[in-house]
Design a protein around this ligand. Structure first.
Ligand code: DP6
Length: 341
């Protein structure tokens, strides 16, 4: 027999950044984080997983190229899904047969990989979701996605999502929680400005490792995070855009300051990124209201958060100053997963 499941999963862009691990193997973070899951029309991952008695080994392709299935993160995810499936299927002979078969994984992004556009988040969320469907694993799965890539756990849910850092050594309390669904604040828009689609020089995994071992500023950041999480959650619940925006910009700036305090320093933003920051501040200053916020991940590309009513203004100003940058406009969304078997 042959069984195949195909899913798509969205990216998420953090407004309170995850940066630093307290456990590398289980991917447990040093601080909680919060993000918005974005619409799938523009940026998404798509994954098909299939099992067949004709396959004689597990295999994987990413964007058309075969990848080693021995990748430890892929292995962690596969093992965990199979372990949970085994538990559930132990008494049904027929279905347990599924676990003896090999799996083929085919995954693609419709946007650049590893350019700091949350491709690993969408990719692992999608892989875990598809595998869970294939093997009939139910219940919480964001903790499995977390073991593929930390930020991936937040893409399992739509809308506004927090990843609680948790306290337990085994990671059982480190998973994602939806703070508000996408329908709660549907006027929210994200404008992604692609400054570069080059692969970043220092991957986030490596960058955060160096930060943890060298940055003193990082300790200060960690101490202030719980308070910021509370304020951000409240701003989202009350739909208080100026507070949401200010906290977002300040957290992005603090994250990049921590990168600069890392030794040797890590630079993710470029001159163009900094020009975008200045432009956003001048839009906000000239109108006398905070209308737009910027945030940057581990790369030079900007994500601007704004409300629908301000899209025409912001888009025209951005187009005027950065005529060459590619733009994606999208809003908060649910993790829409499509299944075909
Ligand atoms: C700057 O989730 O890519 O985007 O857990 O090592 O796979 P690993 O790291 P990853 O890091 C994302 C860092 C960030 C901030 C964020 O998304 O919260």
């Amino acid at each position: 027999g042959f069984l195949c499941v195909t899913c798509t999963a969205p990216v998420n862009i953090a407004v309170i950044k995850y940066w630093g691990k307290r456990n590398e193997k289980l991917i447990l973070p040093t601080n909680s984080s919060l993000s918005v899951t974005l619409g799938q029309d523009e940026l998404r991952a798509k994954t098909s997983v299939a099992v067949s008695s004709d396959f004689n080994e597990d295999k994987m392709w990413l964007n058309g190229k075969e990848q080693s299935i021995e990748n430890p993160r892929i292995q962690n995810v596969l093992k965990e899904v199979r372990r949970r499936a085994r538990k559930r299927l132990s008494d049904s002979e027929n279905e347990a047969d599924l676990l003896l078969k090999h799996v083929h994984i085919v995954s693609e992004n419709n946007f650049p990989t590893a350019a700091g556009l949350a491709s690993s988040a969408a990719g692992y969320a999608c892989l875990v979701y598809s595998l869970a469907k294939l093997y009939g694993v139910q219940g919480e799965i964001s903790d499995i996605a977390r073991q593929g890539s930390g930020s991936a756990c937040r893409s399992i849910y739509g809308g506004y999502v927090a990843w609680q850092k948790g306290k337990a050594d085994d990671g059982t309390d480190s998973y994602a929680v939806q703070i508000a669904p996408e329908t709660h604040w549907p006027e929210m828009r994200a404008l992604i400005l692609v400054v570069s689609d080059q692969k970043k020089d220092v991957g986030s995994t490596e960058g955060m490792q160096t930060t943890i071992s060298t940055s003193e500023l990082m300790q200060q950041r960690v101490q202030g995070i719980d308070k910021k999480m509370k304020l951000m959650t409240q701003a989202i619940k009350e739909k208080d855009f100026p507070t949401f925006a200010k906290l977002t910009m300040q957290d992005s700036n603090q994250f990049h300051a921590v990168c600069l305090d890392t030794y040797p320093p890590v630079f993710y933003m470029t001159d163009v990124s900094r020009q975008i920051i200045q432009l956003v501040h001048s839009i906000n200053d000239s109108t006398g209201h905070i209308k737009v916020a910027y945030t940057f991940d581990a790369g030079p590309n900007a994500c601007l958060y704004l409300l629908e009513k301000d899209v025409p203004l912001v888009v025209s100003v951005v187009q005027h100053y950065f005529p060459l940058s590619t733009m994606h406009i999208t809003g908060p969304a649910v993790s829409e997963y499509t299944l075909t078997s």
